[in-house]
Design a protein around this ligand. Sequence first.
Ligand SMILES: [Zn+2]
Ligand SMILES: [Zn+2]
Length: 266
Amino acid sequence: MFSDYHLHCYFSGDSDESPENIIQTAVSKKMKHLCFTDHLDLDYPYDDCCFDLDIEKYYEEISGLKEKYRDIIDIRIGMETGLESHLSTRLDEKISMRDFDFIIGSSHLINRVDPYYPSFFEGRTNKKAYTEYFESIAECLKTCNNFDVYGHIDYVVRYTPYKNDTFYYRDFADIIDSILSSLIRSGKGIELNTGGYNAGLGCPNPCPDIIRRYKELGGEIITVGSDAHTAKRIGDYFENAKQVLLECGFKYYCVFKNRKPEYIKI
Ligand SMILES: [Zn+2]
Ligand SMILES: [Zn+2]
């Protein structure tokens, strides 16, 4: 079983799950490592959810559990940071507060709007919505570089109300290639996020064509995560993830310690 490198517990504004339940589930699924990646979305513009992570409390509590379970599972501590081009300096400050093992940089907002909310798609076709999303990633990459892998690169696809209008990498190949090339040049990875299956896409985020393209362009760093917000979803669809990685030409996946990748044979 892969180690789950994208999950959330009650330190994230959108989860009520206890970290200990998550650890016990991971142990029952025979994972060797586990990395907590709770949300830090500074300036999140909606009142119904707060993603301003209490880093001190989070790090302290997970460190205690890491110690408690040290002979059973290797627990690592990370964050999923919401990237926006104006946040670069503030994110650097927050990340430097503690010795994190792993940072996922994710785009959750497009010009300050989260496509999770259906209103984002009002007046937008999929083509327009997806183009704006990928352009916002390209914009983030100009200033934000304090992360190890880019999270769910086609996140916007999860939430489209126009489900019949299928997303194809080839329709956005130029901009996606430039994003992937930029990540590879700066030594960053991507993740295979099985939340896409949970959202009914029938594939992970990003879709296999993007994962394959990252590899073709020379990318080697890929982590696997469920994006679980509850213990029962830890390791969800990891058998599918394995097939996708092998089909895309990967022989290894990565875990991180002290912000450095470790390669594990699939
Ligand atoms: Zn995310
Ligand atoms: Zn997440």
